[in-house]
Structure formats: C-alpha cells, structure tokens
Design a protein around this ligand. Structure first.
Ligand code: SAM
Length: 271
C-alpha cells in the first residue's frame, strides 16, 4: 500500500518514507528485486553509471553467501545471526542452511523496517527463523533482543554473518571493535563470515562518492584492514579474498574485472 507517498506495510505499522533511498532497497534493485521505489532506482542508476557490472558484483556476494553458509553448516553450525541481512532475495541464509540441516535456526537483523515487513512472510512459514529490526552497531541490544534470545543459544556455536554491511560503518564508529564485540559473545566453534567493499583507489572512488552522497554510508577498505577484522580467529582457507575466489565452484578468468574485485571476504573460526 502506498498512501501519501509513504509505504504502509500491511504486516506492521512501520511507515517507511519511500522518497528517501535506502541501502536495503538499492541493493534489492541491484539484485532485480521488486521491493524498491523510484528514489532507490535513481541511486541504482547512478551506481550503474560508475560501475556498469555492479549487478554482477551483487550477485557474486549472494553466491558467496551460499557457499559460506554451506561451509559453516558442514562444520556443524546450526544457528546463525545474519546482521544487515537485507530484503529477502533468491536464496536466503535459512534456505541455504535448512536445505542441508532443516533444524538450522536463523535470526535476521536489519536496521531497515522494510526488511521486517517483508520478512514476516518468511516467518509465517518457518518457526526456526526470526526477523528483528535493530541497529547492529549496538551489539548488546541485538544479542539481548528477546526474539534473538528465544531462537539463538549463545552457549552453542553460532555463525555470525556480516555480509556487505561493515562497509556501512564509519571509521569513527569503530568497525573493528564492533566485530570484536559480537565475536567475544560467542563460544568456541563459532564462525565469523564477513564480506566488505575493497578500496582500489581512483577506480572505486566514484562508487564511494555515490554511496556517501546518496545513502550517507559506504566506506571502501583495504584487504589488510578487512583481514584485521578476523584478528584472534583461525582464518579458514583461502583467507580473505575477492568474493568469487572464495572456494569457487568454477574457475574465475583473469584479468579480474572490477565486479570480481569489488567485494572481498572470508570466514574465521573461533577456537
Ligand atoms: N547482507 C546482505 C547481503 O550481503 O546480501 C545485504 C547487504 S545490503 C548491501 C546492506 C544491508 O545492511 C542493508 O539491508 C541495510 O539496511 C543493512 N544495514 C546497514 N546499516 C545497518 C545497521 N547499522 N544495522 C543493521 N543493518 C544495517
């Protein structure tokens, strides 16, 4: 329902201002989803101007999500907290995990209430899944949220997902400390799965500018800095690499286009 230019969810009372673009909806547009509005599509179009194969990069991130979640399930992880989960896409964390281990539990957390509005549809069909609206920069609030604690038992290993979300945290918000705060609350056998925009100097500057101008958030960082988020964890082979190179199912041709090099990530295990 759209009333007075404001999206009114039929699931919750949340009123979402659709005249302001949102990260979740711009990303949805990149993935050819249906949950975006003209303001979001305008930012999408600007991004395609500065990175014509941006949609491919978004798909690479989702493919990495599938391979990473499969890996963690194979390691015995049966509960996941997906931070900055975004709008439901083709294959979401619970679908990937539950295909292998149906008892897998997933708590989705996103700051954007539109994610909850759409996530409720998933909830109705799945009692092992929950969707929470929260700011992941407040780890205590997230981990003590009653919907999260009802599903996730932090005395058992957990898979922490931070995919394409830490690059929306400014330097002065201490991204490394934030990641650490979550890891510190987990037990041995837990995994951190994190992907992040990679800084390629002048090549990525225009993309960063569009994100900062239009969405106020988007910070490209070096592979070294991204790797430092895994400090204290055992970094799983092949380490922090460009998304398509993380345990690929098919060879990736060189030279790598920017879509391949745009986002890098990896998985660390707590021993
Ligand atoms: N994780 C998904 C993936 O990789 O496919 C979605 C990534 S999307 C680029 C980033 C998501 O992070 C958006 O849905 C946005 O709303 C969410 N986000 C940004 N800042 C956040 C915050 N402080 N707390 C929770 N979610 C946040």
């Amino acid at each position: 329902n759209v009333r007075d230019g404001v999206f009114v969810s039929t699931w919750i009372e949340a009123r979402v201002d659709i005249s302001v673009p949102s990260i979740a909806r711009v990303y949805d547009a990149l993935l050819d989803g249906k949950d975006n509005f003209p303001a979001d599509r305008a930012v999408h179009d600007q991004l395609i101007q500065v990175i014509p194969d941006g949609k491919t990069a978004a798909q690479y991130n989702r493919q990495a999500l599938r391979r990473g979640v499969e890996f963690m399930v194979e390691q015995g992880v049966r509960q996941f907290i997906d931070l900055g989960s975004g709008l439901p896409a083709a294959e979401n964390t619970h679908q990937v995990a539950q295909r292998i281990a149906p008892e897998s539990k997933v708590a989705y957390v996103d700051i954007d209430p539109i994610v909850l509005a759409h996530g409720r549809a998933l909830l109705a069909e799945n009692r092992n899944t929950t969707v929470v609206t929260a700011d992941f920069r407040r780890p205590d609030e997230v981990l003590n949220n009653p919907d999260v604690t009802a599903l996730i038992d932090l005395s058992k290993p957990v898979g922490l997902l931070m995919l394409a979300v830490v690059h929306h945290v400014h330097d002065n918000e201490n991204p490394a400390g934030l990641v650490r705060a979550y890891v510190d609350r987990t037990v041995s056998g837990s995994h951190l799965f994190l992907t992040h925009f990679v800084d390629h100097g002048e090549e990525t500057k225009p993309i960063e500018q569009v994100l900062l101008n239009e969405l106020t958030r988007g910070r490209f960082r070096s592979i070294e800095e991204i790797t430092s988020y895994f400090d204290g964890l055992e970094l799983i082979e092949p380490g922090v690499v460009y998304n398509p190179l993380w345990r690929p199912t098919e060879p990736v041709a060189k030279p790598y286009p920017l879509a391949v090099r745009l986002v890098a990530g990896g998985i660390g295990r707590k021993s």
